[in-house]
Design a protein around this ligand. Structure first.
Ligand code: ADP
Ligand code: MG
Length: 496
């Protein structure tokens, strides 16, 4: 039998792992309120405030939760989620009332937010209903704000347009500038960190600027669900409906989170239909296309695709570089001339951080922060050093051999000569270029690179990297050569 303290520790670790896996927002919406109630045989009993959350957890996370628990303690193989009763007339923000019966030992008092309700001991398994005994307090929509705040940085001006996002950008612009409703709904979709939220906020800012009388409401699908659950709990769905049905422009971000067979889906659909029928603009984002949204009813999926569905593709090198240049300029304008980021470093980042724009931005920030903290100038080596972990995940696997072969071919020298001890300029320069590109395009260390070039010393590689950096700045021909080679190698080795 596990001790109370042991159980609490396990629960803390399970929560920490969920938090790390799901991120702050999801964790806060769904997991923050879960309480550990106790253990019964091989079952862990958790308590949640509503039946809705219980169903959602069981349909989405039952397996994950049991796996995490059994990894902590193999004795536990099942998760039970119970709906705990809640002291009456307690609105969020108020102090919890005294528990109505003896609390179970295994609880984390210290880790709980002040407003979380006190759990009630579950004698036998069945889930309890929410049954407030006094008149419920309606949720304060106006005070809490139904919508989410807009990020002041997410404007059209700050959005860099490239091939991968030009359709989505153009559609967003059109919707923001139009006085009538054109595409309804506008459905923006694409992978994480590619600018969906940015574009939605940009639309909202632009409409506010041009037509301040229009009521724009932006919120995440999770927040929509959360508001709805609250309204249900406080039996105030009328006010909820009113809130949404009086807006001129409704934006719901990350709609893939409205899934599962829930009343929220139904409500979302009604709200959505009502707005479209009244010719109000609806803008939706998701991480996949309407037809790929699993767990959402067919009629809703098809209706989501009635307007314009614009997808954002993964970024290409040019766009990544453009975004980095824009961000670097913005940083420099704020931080002053202290921060100079050599173009080679931006190219390096654009080449190597391919996952998404959020990571790209994060990488740049980290390099700049590091440089200003330790008071060192930003160089390629330093960037590689600071971003080692990130780079490993984004590894593109261009090999040094491939680089050597390409460079030799490009400069029309023999590969064997390039790797030999010969110092003639005709082979020495291409060798330096190949070393430079090896440093830029692979995760190999300086000594490793040196070894691959006929067993040279790492200082020779450092020298080569500096030399080529200098030459690129001074000689546009050299700059073009290196750029062309990089592109060829980035293209995966096919002929250019
Ligand atoms: P998503 O909502 O698609 O997951 P976000 O809109 O949150 O992605 O974008 C992630 C980050 O990347 C934000 O800081 C955003 O400003 C930035 N970003 C994404 N695309 C661009 C772009 N084309 N130009 C400038 N910044 C961008
Ligand atoms: Mg987003």
């Amino acid at each position: 039998m596990v001790s109370e303290a042991g159980l609490n520790d396990q629960w803390r670790r399970v929560r920490a792992r969920l938090h790390a896996e799901l991120g702050e927002a999801t964790f806060n919406s769904w997991f923050r309120q879960i309480e550990l109630i106790g253990v019964e045989g091989n079952r862990i009993m958790l308590g949640v405030p509503t039946r809705f959350i219980r169903n959602w957890l069981l349909s989405h996370y039952e397996e994950r939760l049991s796996t995490l628990w059994s990894e902590e303690n193999p004795a536990f193989t099942r998760i039970d989620v119970l709906v705990r009763t809640r002291p009456a007339n307690m609105a969020a923000g108020e102090a919890p009332a005294a528990p109505r019966s003896v609390p179970v030992a295994a609880r984390e008092r210290e880790a709980k937010p002040a407003a979380s309700p006190a759990p009630v001991r579950m004698q036998s398994a069945p889930a309890l209903q929410v049954a407030p005994s006094a008149a419920p307090v309606p949720p304060g929509f106006e005070d809490a704000g139904v919508g989410a705040p807009l990020d002041p940085r997410f404007t059209f001006d700050a959005f860099v347009v490239g091939k991968s996002n030009e359709l989505a950008h153009a559609a967003a612009r059109r919707v923001a500038e139009a006085t009538d409703v054109t595409f309804n709904p506008l459905f923006l979709y694409g992978g994480v960190g590619l600018g969906k939220t940015h574009l939605m906020h940009a639309i909202a800012w632009e409409i506010r600027r041009r037509q301040p009388e229009r009521k724009v409401l932006y919120l995440s699908a999770e927040k929509f669900m959360y508001q709805f659950v609250r309204a249900l709990r406080f039996k105030d769905t009328m006010a909820f409906k009113q809130q949404f049905r009086t807006v001129d422009v409704l934006m719901i971000d990350d709609v893939q989170f409205i899934s599962g067979k829930d009343s929220t889906q139904e409500e979302f659909f009604h709200t959505f239909n009502a707005l479209i029928d009244h010719n109000r603009q609806v803008i939706i984002s998701a991480d996949r296309s309407p037809s790929d949204l699993e767990g959402i009813e067919e009629r809703i999926r098809s209706r989501l695709g009635w307007g314009l569905a614009a997808d954002i593709h993964p970024t290409d090198y040019e766009l990544r570089l453009g975004i980095l240049q824009a961000k670097a300029e913005e940083m420099a304008s704020r931080a002053g001339p202290m921060v100079t980021i050599p173009p080679g470093v931006l190219e390096f980042l654009a080449h190597r951080i391919v996952s998404n724009v959020r990571e790209l931005e994060g990488a740049l920030k980290r390099v700049v922060a590091y440089a200003s903290l330790v008071g060192r100038p930003i160089t390629l080596e330093m960037a590689q050093d600071v971003l080692r972990d990130l780079l490993r995940c984004n590894d593109r696997r261009v090999t040094i051999e491939e680089i050597q072969r390409r460079v030799a071919e490009y400069y029309n020298v023999r590969l064997a000569d390039m790797l030999s001890a010969r110092r003639a300029r005709a082979v020495a320069r291409p060798r330096q270029v190949a070393m430079y590109l090896s440093k830029q395009l692979t995760t190999r260390s300086l000594p490793e690179i040196g070894r691959k070039f006929g067993g040279r010393d790492h200082t020779t590689v450092i020298h080569a990297v500096r030399k080529i950096d200098e030459l690129r700045a001074a000689d546009s021909g050299m700059d073009e050569d290196v750029d062309l080679l990089r592109r060829m190698l980035e293209g995966g080795g096919g002929s250019s």
